[in-house]
Design a protein. Sequence first.
Length: 236
Amino acid sequence: MAKNILMKLDRITKNYTMGEITIEALKETSLEIVEGELLVILGPSGSGKSTLLNIMGGMDLPTRGLVLYGKQNLSEAGDEQLTRYRRTDVGFVFQFYNLIPDLTARENVELAASLVDNPLPVEEVLREVGLENRMNHFPSQLSGGEQQRVSIARAVVKQPRLLLCDEPTGALDYVTGKMILGLLAKINRERGSTVVIVTHNTAIGGMADRVVRMRSGKIIEITENRSPVSPERIEW
Ligand code: ADP
Ligand code: MG
């Protein structure tokens, strides 16, 4: 089967300058994201994983290098183009959920749905993540795992081509974390979204189609998984 490249990152460098100090968070890093794949990016804390993910998601721009998404060159894009890209093409899932506290689960998802032209039905998505009985709860009334499910629903309702997840299980217990990974794998398989998961937990690599390993701002290895395992069978 021919593989379509959804995004191409070409020799990305990202420098953060604070006073006299410059930190090279990414050093000439290149990566192609294949449409429909489940990609896991592994590396220790500080290796540049979040920086890379934020650049993929149009939340940050590289200091040097190209970010190509179809015909769009995101590394040269203005604010308006980047905002449109983030809004319509990308779903984000964060470690600490980032829900709006004074909106219910349903309202958090409705707000995201209102930003795009062809959202999925809000209640259908909330059911899909198992929250049919929690729709009218506020985030503070939900467990961590439930809040993460709301945040996945909020991302998925937009039908994003790219679902970017930064340490999505980092704040969850073992069983809940595996449930969330199962949900992300299901969305990848059944909805066809390309899913990128960033984590320091090497076990999670087992569920990926491809695993990218980072160290000190560089990709040191990319491996293909011929038979990814289901998240229920991963142990850490
Ligand atoms: P990871 O997600 O793998 O833990 P990050 O991408 O967050 O790594 O960070 C990579 C490096 O860049 C670290 O040294 C970090 O301190 C630095 N860094 C990340 N974001 C910023 C920022 N906004 N300002 C300054 N330094 C940053
Ligand atoms: Mg990080």
